[in-house]
Write a protein that binds this ligand. Structure first.
Ligand SMILES: Nc1ncnc2c1ncn2[C@@H]1O[C@H](COP(=O)(O)OP(=O)(O)OP(=O)(O)O)[C@@H](O)[C@H]1O
Ligand SMILES: [Mg+2]
Length: 255
């Protein structure tokens, strides 16, 4: 990314969240700019998912402020934030395994999974929802599997489906929590290629342990340790940061 536009699509300002005595988020300030992949890395339990949940609206920060596309969303719930264009994939799969690929995508397009079930047969005939689902499935390369049971997909295909479900809402930005988890080398490579293209249309705040993917994709990287951002910078800056190497990357390379 050469010239960085001035207005971020996402900004957190001094987000803090404690669970009892544990500071899971400690004054976290970060930004996401148009066209950018900003990776958030850090050891297990550092508070990455907790931060993502606060940005998406599932968890309320104790202090701080969250802005999406210039709007203060701190008091808005998950549905309202999704309507503003905040798309999300989860660390733990949120797919309905006994449903077909198409059904999951249509429910995603409906954007109201929780209470959709009583109208399910009607929903599956809604032309606009079907069109959105089809477009999203085609984009991730799953359209030929639309009729398959989700449980019968490979792990990698399920990850692709999760991205497709998020795409149905045409997000303006993405939060992704470990999309590469459990993917083999070829699966990670395919998803890496896809995210590389996706950033142009929707920038991504990417939580990921797969360092090959992170260093290949990220325009900027922030390192979270014990709830605190200890460094933000380009891949090179982060690789060379002594504090980061000691707290995190050094361990990985020795392992
Ligand atoms: N609802 C909760 N109640 C109490 N403690 C929690 C809760 N959610 C998370 N924690 C704790 O907060 C800390 C941060 O957890 P979090 O899941 O955000 O870490 P993470 O960086 O996503 O880790 P991983 O890389 O393993 O996914 C951990 O110590 C975790 O046990
Ligand atoms: Mg996590």
């Amino acid at each position: 990314m050469t010239d960085m536009p001035r207005e971020p699509v996402l900004r957190t300002e001094s987000i803090s969240k404690s669970f009892g005595a544990l500071k899971a988020s400690n004054n976290v300030s970060l930004t996401l700019y148009p066209g950018e992949i900003h990776a958030l890395i850090g050891p297990n339990g550092a508070g990455k998912s907790t931060l993502i949940k606060q940005i998406s609206g599932g968890l309320t920060p104790d202090a701080g402020r969250i802005e999406v596309l210039g709007q203060d969303v701190t008091a808005l719930d998950t549905v309202a934030r999704a309507r503003l264009g905040l798309g999300r994939t989860f660390q733990i799969s949120s797919l309905a395994m006994e449903f077909t690929v198409l059904q999951n995508a249509v429910l995603g397009a409906l954007g109201a999974r929780g209470n959709a079930f009583s109208f399910f047969r009607k929903v599956m005939k809604d032309a606009e929802l079907l069109a959105r689902a089809e477009e999203a499935l085609k984009r991730v390369g799953l359209w030929q599997d639309a009729g398959k049971r989700t449980a019968d997909l490979s792990h990698g295909q399920r990850r692709q489906l999760e991205v497709a479900v998020a795409l149905t809402l045409k997000p303006r930005l993405f939060l992704m929590d470990e999309p590469m988890a459990g993917l083999g080398a070829s699966g990670s490579k395919a998803l890496t290629g896809f995210l590389d293209e996706l950033r142009q249309e929707a920038p991504i705040l990417l939580v990921e342990h797969d360092m090959d993917a992170v260093f290949a994709l990220a325009d900027r990287i922030s390192v979270l340790v014990y709830g605190e951002v200890i460094a933000t910078g380009t891949a090179d800056e982060i690789r060379q940061d002594p504090q980061v190497r000691q707290a995190y990357l050094g361990d990985e390379e020795e392992a």
